[in-house]
Every structure is written in C-alpha cells, then in structure tokens.
Design a protein around this ligand. Structure first.
Ligand code: SPQ
Length: 428
C-alpha cells in the first residue's frame, strides 16, 4: 500500500532508473552476440530481471550486481533448450521479442507469464513468425499464452504490420536475422526504434527506409559495452508531478531522448509546460539529455495520430496532467491502450474518476475536462505499474490522503519510486 498526500512543492535533482526497453534488448542481444557485453545503468525492475532469468535458463552466464550486468554471449546458436518452461512474469517485451529469437532456435520451448500476460494478444507476433516457418501454438490458436515454440529454419518475409508496435517489429527482425534472404517490416506509424539502433551498435546492418526496416539473414552480433540512459517513461511521472504541483521545478539528469519516445515533451510543451533540454549528447546510438522542468499553467490539447506511439506508455500520466489543465484534452487513435498490462483506457477512467476528475472513455482514447478539483481517494493499481504511478502523481495534487493498493506493481519499471518521490516532495 502506497500513501500519498497533497504536495506543497516538488523540487531538487533526480536520476531515474535505466530505460526498460533498452535494458531488455541489451541482455537479449548480449546473449546472442559473440563475446562479452557489459551493461551499465541496467534497470533492476521486475520485467528486465525476468529477461535475465529466461536467458540464464537457456544456459547464458549473466552476472548482475546492481545496475551493472555482464552477459557472456555464446553466439546466436549458443542457447540451450531449457528443461522447463520460461516465465516472463509481467513483461510483454520479454515474451514478444524472445518469441522471435526462439523461432530461430533448433529446440522446443514453452513460454508463459502472469495473469496479465495471459490476457495480452500474442497472435500479432505468432502470425508473422508462423509465416516465416516457425511452429508456434498457444491457447485460442496462438492468441494467448502459454506459447509452445518449436523453432527451425526460417524464410524472410516482407511484413506489413497492422499496428505501430516496436514489439511486433523487433520480434520479426530478430527472427529475420537467422532467416533465409531479407526480412522487412513496415508499420503504419514509426514505433520506438531501440532495436534498430542497438542492432547497429552490435555490428548488424539494418536498412531503414521511412516506415520500413529490413535485415539480411545470417548476420553476426559482436558483444560490446552498453550504457543505458534513464527511462523517459519514468521521467514522465516526475515531469507530471512538477506540472500538477504549483511552484515546482526539477532537474532530471541523464534521460534518453530518442525521438520515437519524446512525445511526452512535445505534449507538455503544447500544453504550455516549460521543459528545457540541457547537455544533449549521444551514447551508444541513443540521444540523451538532462531535463529542466518548471511548473506552468497548462491548457488542454489534442493527442492523436503519429504522436500516439511516441507517448503510448505516458498516456495514463498525461491524463492526470490534463485534469489540472484549462479546458478539454482529447486523446484518440490510442486503442492499443486496451491491450497493455491492463486496459489502460478503462483503468485510467475508473481510478482517476475516484479523485473527482472528469474523464470519459471513448473507443480509442478518452476526453478529460479540466481543471478539476481532486480529492484524495482509495485507488488500486490493478497490478499495472503505470496506473499505480500515475495515480500516485494525482495524489500529489489531491486534497487529503490517497492510498494505492497493489503498489508493488511499480517495481516492474521503477524500483525506488516511492523513496524518490518522498525525497523530491515538500509537504509543509
Ligand atoms: O513490456 P510491456 O509489458 O509491453 O510494457 C509496456 C509498458 O508500459 O512498460 C507496455 F505495456 O511498454 C511497451 C511499449 O508499450 C514496451 C515496448 C518495447 O520495449 O518494445 C514497446 C511498446 O509496446 P508495443 O506493443 O507498442 O510494441
């Protein structure tokens, strides 16, 4: 149970934990590479620890001490058939990317996770991987876990993804790295491109042409050092805290500002919020900066189209900011929210309404009327880390006390969230 109370001010300097998407990929690519990969700034959240445990179970030696991880890569076909099923916990990224890798392996493997994973759609990766030649089954003809995967020789495909999803794109590209010929994936909008960037850092040739990415089969990854920047999706909660609590300002150091992830900065600025990028640099093909954020009066905005994949995980906390903005905020084209750890349209509406916010669900998003006076409430994270944290931020703006049940879900992506918020919050 997490308790939050109304804040007077948010102030100081912060560093957020490592990027979740980049941490997963660093371990996976390190395991498949030849030689050692040393990772610093690794996210010690439950999801990325699930990725480590799956690859250990396939015979990869991985040392982890705090945020330092060393992976002894054995080359693409150095993985061993695991003796029991693999458990991905709560992590959609682990199961979908790993399915693409397992599709190339000459062995059988069963993969599953928690109740949330059991509800999330898998056919979006199973269908293209089957088309490439992998034998995959699961409940409802491969839509749901457990997935049973028998990999083998694959052929390259040109796949037109119906959804802008980095997990679909990455799963197919990873399978394509050991398929015959060229594999390409096209998507309707650009999704996060950490896979493309990191594969290049590991020595793979990746051809990018607009919304299409291609790889030639049979390429070798070479182990290397990876520095993981802070996760902008975690920084988003701190940015929102500054925006909903008057007189606040904060310096957040070392945040990844990959343009496929910075929709939150664009939206906060469009709403009238002040964010400055300082000390911009590039680390392992990924742009990084320090963010100086200052409280501002916000106005409502419209969030749609190409912007959606660039801030999909931030929508719960954007909805919280919108409750404190002047006027209406409309979020559309975001039906993907329905298949995240929870149905995030339904859970944002149910939990935010408990504070007295005016938020109405639509088929592909929501409409928020601001500003609303929020009153502390008894909230449930419903097992979704981003819902837990978004509601904790609403608690900083609400009069009275807020309690968040099932707050341990926050450890999935932001261990230390509660302590960091305490450190940055002035209540007197
Ligand atoms: O890994 P998981 O559970 O899917 O995590 C989420 C999150 O909120 O942390 C989504 F629920 O992030 C996804 C993100 O939404 C992580 C991700 C990635 O690392 O490739 C890509 C996005 O998902 P998708 O389906 O758009 O590819």
């Amino acid at each position: 149970m997490l308790k939050m109370s109304q804040a007077k001010r948010i102030t100081g300097e912060a560093v957020v934990p490592g990027d979740k998407s980049i941490s997963h990929r660093a371990v996976m690519f390190g395991a498949l590479a030849e030689g050692t990969t040393s990772i610093s700034g690794f996210l010690q959240g439950a999801d990325c620890l699930s990725t480590i445990s799956c690859f250990r179970r396939m015979g990869i030696e991985i040392q982890q001490e705090g945020d330092q991880v060393t992976v002894q890569g054995k080359g693409w076909f150095g993985l061993q058939e695991p003796e029991r099923g693999l458990d991905v916990g709560n992590s959609g990224t682990t199961i979908r990317l790993m399915s693409g890798i397992l599709a190339t392996q000459p062995f059988h493997c069963v993969v599953e996770g928690d109740e949330s994973i059991a509800r999330r759609p898998m056919r979006r990766v199973v269908t293209p991987l089957r088309e490439m030649g992998a034998k995959i089954d699961g409940r409802k003809n491969g839509e749901f876990t457990p997935l049973s995967i028998r990999g083998g020789e694959l052929k390259g495909i040109a796949y037109q993804s119906p959804v802008a999803s980095a997990q679909i794109k990455s799963s197919i590209l990873l399978a394509g790295l050991q398929a015959q010929g060229i594999t390409s994936v096209s998507e309707p909008h650009l999704s996060r491109d950490h896979t493309e960037r990191m594969l290049q850092a590991f020595g793979v040739e990746v051809i990018r042409d607009g919304l299409t990415v291609s790889v030639q089969g049979g390429q070798v990854l070479k182990g290397r050092e990876i520095q993981v920047p802070g996760d902008i999706s975690s920084a988003a909660f701190l940015i929102a805290a500054v925006m909903v609590v008057p007189n606040s300002s904060l310096l957040i150091r070392n945040v990844g500002i990959n343009p496929t992830r910075t929709g939150i900065i664009d939206v906060v600025r469009a709403m009238g919020g002040h964010i400055e990028l300082q000390n911009e640099r590039v680390v392992n093909e990924e742009p990084v900066a320090d963010l100086f954020v200052q409280h501002s009066e916000l106005t409502g905005t419209v969030i749609e189209g190409d912007l959606i994949p660039r801030l999909i995980d931030e929508i719960p906390v954007i909805a919280v900011m919108a409750t404190q903005a002047q006027g209406r905020t409309v979020i559309r084209d975001a039906e993907e929210l329905r298949v995240k750890e929870t149905d995030r349209i339904a859970t944002v509406v149910s939990e935010l309404s408990k504070f007295g916010a005016k938020v109405t669900p639509t088929a592909d998003g929501m409409v928020i009327e601001g500003p609303a006076k929020l009153t502390g409430a008894a909230i449930d994270s419903l097992g979704d880390h981003r819902i837990g944290m978004a509601m904790a931020i609403a608690g900083l703006a609400a009069e009275g006390e807020t309690t968040i049940a099932n707050a341990e879900a926050i450890n999935v992506s932001f261990p230390g969230f509660e302590q960091l918020m305490k450190k940055l919050t002035v209540t007197e």
